[in-house]
Design a protein around this ligand. Structure first.
Ligand SMILES: Cc1cc2nc3c(=O)[nH]c(=O)nc-3n(C[C@H](O)[C@H](O)[C@H](O)COP(=O)(O)OP(=O)(O)OC[C@H]3O[C@@H](n4cnc5c(N)ncnc54)[C@H](O)[C@@H]3O)c2cc1C
Length: 353
């Protein structure tokens, strides 16, 4: 190995870290209106697997106000411990307040790994925490592993437009921070008979917010409410080939008849036909429905990345050479308008019988 590979450059402004002082895997468990985000539960499952490889425990971190019984949920999904802080200052999520509290906890307990679901909140919070703890952060991972010898976290994420997978490590700093896209790992089964330790922490004075405060939180008002793409068992995805919002409307009708929801490729979202939160793929949501139907979708790698775990993949495309057919269990070649209209008729007729 060359000298360049063996030397580790350490920032002169950062104090060296004693890696042996840091133990345990933490998962920041995101609570929104009293409900835990699925991405956090999925991370508990993955953390459990990693913890087994380095013989350590899994701790869930929960922040909020009037948290109630939901505090036990991470244990049911595989955590050994929950550390939670219940304080009026934590009722609404404010990034610098939440990160300040997590940093205080991490400084006290010294975990070796902290995982965040790469939700809007997780993507914002994790770098705040990493910056204060003077450590690295790998955002948007799609796989994690751990080296049992060095205890270094192998943080895998697509890069260069998804053409390669980068393996990133943080060998000289602790804790190691990573955010992971929701739905790349399955949600572990819930076992209400599991036991674990619940630790209540307190903050005497709410962390300073430098004169800034949260005045109000207003949910975004959306038009037609269909389930989110990551929560539906049937997802009909509109690609650029559907041509317009009229095409999306037709596909929405099909999705509703199948009890599912509508999603889109980046091209369909960029065209303004669908909201960004319906985008499936590398820079959108990762989905694993029982049935995926891609209509007018070419099957670019960045899109496939977000849907390849679907159980049954159906592709409708006018081009018999479209790459999507390489991934499809069932393919229909032709103009989508005729095919989708016929499918809708078939479904309606079968219901009226
Ligand atoms: C860094 C990066 C991140 C990206 N992230 C994402 C992501 O998260 N999600 C994503 O989807 N893409 C993403 N992309 C874009 C991706 O590379 C593709 O450009 C995109 O997925 C293509 O979308 P599409 O299949 O809708 O359009 P196109 O590639 O234009 O394909 C349209 C398809 O429609 C078919 N078609 C046309 N007319 C009809 C018809 N009448 N009936 C049936 N079929 C028809 C055509 O044959 C064609 O195959 C990303 C790209 C980059 C560089």
């Amino acid at each position: 190995m060359s000298t360049a590979q063996t030397q580790q450059k350490i920032c002169s402004e950062w104090n060296p870290v004693n890696k042996n002082e840091h133990k345990g895997i933490w998962v920041y468990v995101e609570l929104i209106n009293g409900v835990i985000k699925d991405g956090s539960l999925q991370l508990i499952g993955k953390a459990r697997e990693l913890a087994g490889k380095i013989s350590t425990d899994v701790t869930a971190i929960m922040l909020g106000h009037n948290i109630g019984d939901v505090v036990k949920e991470p244990i049911y999904y595989g955590a050994d411990k929950v550390i939670y802080i219940d304080h009026p200052a934590l009722e609404k999520y404010v990034p610098h307040i939440y990160s300040n509290v997590i940093v205080q906890l991490a400084t006290k307990y010294k975990p070796e790994i902290i995982l965040f679901a790469a939700t809007k909140r997780g993507r914002e919070l994790a770098p705040y925490v990493a910056n204060s703890l003077k450590t690295g952060i790998t955002a948007d991972c799609t796989e994690l592993d751990v080296d049992p010898k060095t205890r270094d976290l192998d943080q895998v994420r697509p890069t260069y437009g998804g053409s390669i997978l980068a393996h990133i490590r943080t060998p000289s700093r602790r804790p190691q921070l990573a955010s992971v896209r929701p739905n790349v790992f399955p949600t572990p089964p819930r076992d209400p008979n599991r036991n674990g330790e619940i630790i209540v922490e307190t903050i005497d004075t709410p962390p300073g917010i430098n004169g800034h405060g949260l005045i109000n939180v207003r949910p975004v008002v959306k038009g037609e409410e269909l389930p989110p793409v990551e929560k539906s068992d049937v997802v009909v995805v509109a690609g650029r080939g559907v041509g317009s919002t009229d095409g999306v409307k037709l596909l929405t009708e099909l999705a509703k008849l199948l009890g599912g929801t509508i999603g889109g490729t980046k091209k369909a979202v960029d065209a303004g036909w669908l909201d960004l939160d319906r985008q499936v793929g590398q820079t959108g949501k990762t989905i694993r429905p029982a049935l995926y139907i891609g209509v007018g979708v070419s099957g670019a790698i960045q899109h496939v990345f977000g849907m390849k775990e679907s159980k049954v993949i159906v592709a409708i495309n006018s081009d018999p050479n479209a790459p999507i057919f390489e991934y499809a269990d069932y393919g229909v070649v032709g103009d989508y308008r005729e095919i989708v209209k016929e499918l809708i008729e078939l479904l309606k007729n079968s219901r009226s019988k």
